[in-house]
Design a protein around this ligand. Sequence first.
Ligand code: FAD
Length: 447
Amino acid sequence: MASGKHFKYIVLGGGVSGGYAAREFAKQGVQPGELAIISKEAVRIILPPRMYLDVAPYERPALSKAYLFPQSPARLPGFHVCVGSGGERLLPEWYSEKGIELILSTEIVKADLPSKTLTSAAGATFTYEILLIATGSSVIKLSDFGTQGADSNNILYLREIDDADNLYAAIQAKKGGKAVVVGGGYIGLELSAVLKMNDLDVTMVFPEPWCMPRLFTAEIAAFYESYYTNKGVKILKGTIAVGFDADANGDVTAVKLKDGSVLEADIVVVGVGGRPLTTLFKGQVAEEKGGIKTDAFFETSVPGVYAVGDVATFPMKIYNDERRVEHVDHSRKSAEQAVKAIKGKEAGSAVEEYDYLPYFYSRSFDLSWQFYGDNVGDAILFGDADPGSAKPKFGSYWVKDGKCVGAFLEGGSPDENAAIAKLARAQLPAASPDELKAAGLQFASKI
Ligand code: FAD
């Protein structure tokens, strides 16, 4: 251990939570050398003249959107945290100015919580007094299920910036070619849109009866599916990819579907979900609902060890429930809450319990939606959900036990989105379905 490095605070994971935690530590006051962020992520982008770039924490949602745009794609340093929430952009220099050590390209392969020691793949050791686990999720791969041919070239996934670079390169190499997107969730929808914008011939394939089934009702999904179809994206529902053909170079050439049909493909992008990265801590911390169980301050069952972002299963006060949330807004806020709690404990000052209102958004083509609250109970659609409209604007309320508990809005202005957030937070008694439908956005705006 003598050769190892010691820090008062270590954040394990240099993603969204890692970056927002660093900013909160700086706000609350941290001495140079006290805080380190350790992350396996770091690409070296070689630009003329040969230049190496370390990747400080960035806003991950950009990868499935502006990063892949055909014109003026977003590139670092444009989307380092904390621009996604309208804050200051934390460039790599910011961390050195604050005396925060960014230890990148370093995968931790062992975490020993009793001895407070992390060990990297290269054998380096790091000890800490307080640990913040912010390891996020990894993608589920078709090779995990043994799908035949799933390791062929150009079968791509998207989680980190090097995945986005691989996808960007494939798009450039296969201009005008055929792309098959496996998965009908938000990654599948966002990537199908951006592949189409790059003039590829795009087919989406997913097993469910409609897209985004975990959030969308059949009516909401019908709008997006028609909109995508009008843009030229083909949608195949109720079937899955069971195998892939490749040429002599190992490049994918076709996707074989369960219904027996075969789709030609130059690029396949798979978005079938993620898994929280908790393996390092198995058997060492309490777990719940697939994540690391925390209290309302994100402290785990091990004192001094906190877990935030995608990996945390925390008390969702508003619903008196414990949940794990894989959305960027929660990753930012949970990181801030944990750091406030750590510093509050040191100062002996009280910190309020985390009281999170679920919030999720997505953007594709000219569309943009936001959702707040809980999508349980009866859904009531309102507004103009005609995909042929010049500016469609519609939404849905979810009503449970007579209260409006969730709200979705496509095409809302900032004020309108703020109104549906307020409504979902207040859980006001709902009017009858007919009245809600007729009142539409007015129902939320009058609060
Ligand atoms: P991450 O941001 O994933 O960061 C985890 C970090 O830990 C990574 O840098 C990883 O390399 C590192 N790490 C993991 N294990 C180790 C290890 N053993 N050693 C060292 N480092 C390690 N959410 C929305 O609400 N709206 C969106 O539009 C949206 N778009 C998205 C688009 C994409 C392409 C993706 C992948 C996600 C999107 N999300 C979106 C989800 C959102 O980005 C995540 O919920 C958020 O990034 C989670 O933050 P995190 O800090 O928990 O994990």
